[in-house]
Design a protein. Structure first.
Ligand code: PLP
Length: 409
């Protein structure tokens, strides 16, 4: 008999999007002719920009010629892309990150899911609640969660993010080895300030903890005072890893390209106190388990940083942010308490009159024919909240906003 990895039995059913789809389909079947608008999608709707498409076509032609054909690429990504990212996203912004601290991958999901492998199975994990569910589930799979008791895992340190603490949790009182921070945050759409991040960096250096900083939505930051990178914060290079993605920045959700930054100064220890550089460990892990991102895709990602690529992708993100503004204004007009949406593609609203997230889902669907995502699906502290996304078309977003603005409860 082959035995199962019992950690997998600890995973709590990820029924969120399946249940959203089920209820939406049931509603549509019973109300043919009504137009249901989805503000639940977490995927982009605008196509790749011309600068990217043209670069990928050129790379495709190279792959079709014997003289320029390429087979396996470097595990950590081609130098041309790592150099461009280091220069554009870091050095030009005054942050001393070098190209050999950048690792190209097929997605921030894989990176944030895989990175925990480098740490002890006894490492204590802290994470924001609510947050992108991948951080928790991958630690459950790795056996770090302990048992599921009373609605939470006994060994996970939950950091509630609610309107009361302005969605910015304080470092925990108890010891944690790994902390996941997502900013701008999915689902709350709020971003951490430099002062808030500095507290985390100081805490992590003092406690010798590692911060796994997911900034997949960094390109949506418009507020000049907000940090785009954790490495803008003094001291971060000895305590943080940063994850970024071309998915939402440049419409690469189906094309797949991302990167993570692992500073060479960041060390962890074995029980005897010997130090190991995470940068070397991650390279060792990637070269064993990953064979790199395709040349064509990396050339496409490089083109995001050309003047045309930057302008074209900025326009698209501005469009999504405009959708977010329209949604936010409609919610405020209807009297909702609503957050986020200014530096992120997500708007997070407090459900009215204390009704729970799923009841509000049904209400939105039945009264307004709008689909969103119940906040409780992102963690216990998301109960009583609801997520709307800015990724639909401007036309449908406007229509949805008109319905919301007229909402009475
Ligand atoms: N991180 C966060 C916070 C996300 O919301 C998402 C996708 O929704 C990802 C990472 C995944 O990004 P990628 O498409 O690069 O795998």
């Amino acid at each position: 008999m082959t035995l199962i990895n019992e950690n997998y039995l600890n995973l709590q059913g990820s029924y969120l999007f399946a249940e959203v789809a089920r209820r939406t389909a049931a509603y549509k079947a019973a109300h043919a002719g009504q137009e249901v608008i989805s503000l639940g999608i977490g995927d982009v709707s605008r196509p790749l920009v011309p600068a990217v498409v043209n670069a990928m076509k050129r790379a495709c032609d190279e792959m079709g010629q014997a003289a320029t054909f390429r087979g396996y690429g470097p595990y950590e990504g081609y130098d041309f892309l790592r150099r461009t990212i280091a220069a554009h996203d870091y050095v030009d912004r005054g942050v001393a990150i070098q190209e050999d601290e950048i690792f190209i991958s097929d997605g921030a999901k894989s990176d944030v899911a895989n990175f925990q492998e480098l740490f002890s199975s006894h490492a204590r994990v802290a994470l924001q609640d609510p947050v992108y569910p991948v951080y928790l589930d991958t630690n459950v799979m790795a056996g770090r969660s302990g048992a599921w008791k009373g609605g939470e895992f006994e060994h996970i340190i939950y950091l509630p993010c609610t309107a009361e603490n302005h969605f910015s949790p304080r470092p925990p009182q108890q010891h944690a080895d790994l902390v996941y921070l997502c900013s701008p945050n999915n689902p709350t759409g709020t971003a951490l300030t430099k002062a808030q991040l500095q507290k985390w960096v100081d805490w992590a250096n003092e406690h010798r903890a590692v911060i796994l900083y997911d900034s997949a939505y960094e390109a949506f930051i418009r507020d000049k005072d907000l940090p785009h990178s954790i490495f803008e914060i003094p001291g971060a290079q000895t305590c943080a890893v940063e994850f970024r993605s071309f998915s939402k920045t440049a419409g690469f959700t189906g094309t797949r390209c991302a990167y993570c930054v692992v500073p060479k100064a960041l060390k962890i220890e074995d029980e005897a106190g010997n130090e190991y550089a995470l940068n070397e460990l991650w390279l060792r892990r990637q070269s064993t388990k990953f064979n790199g991102v395709s040349y064509i895709v990396q050339r496409g990602a490089e083109a995001v940083f050309t003047p045309q690529g930057l302008e074209q992708t900025r326009q698209i993100i501005d469009g999504y942010l405009d959708n977010a503004r329209v949604i936010l204004e409609a919610l405020h007009k209807a009297g909702f308490a609503a957050y986020g949406g200014k530096n992120a593609p997500y708007v997070w609203l407090k459900t009215p009159q204390g009704i729970n997230s799923w009841e509000f889902f049904d209400l939105m669907l039945e009264k307004l024919q709008i689909v969103g995502t119940p906040g409780s699906g992102f963690g216990r502290a998301g109960e009583g909240y609801f997520r709307l996304t800015a990724f639909n078309t401007p036309q449908l977003t406007q229509q949805a906003a008109q319905r919301i603005a007229a909402f009475t409860f």
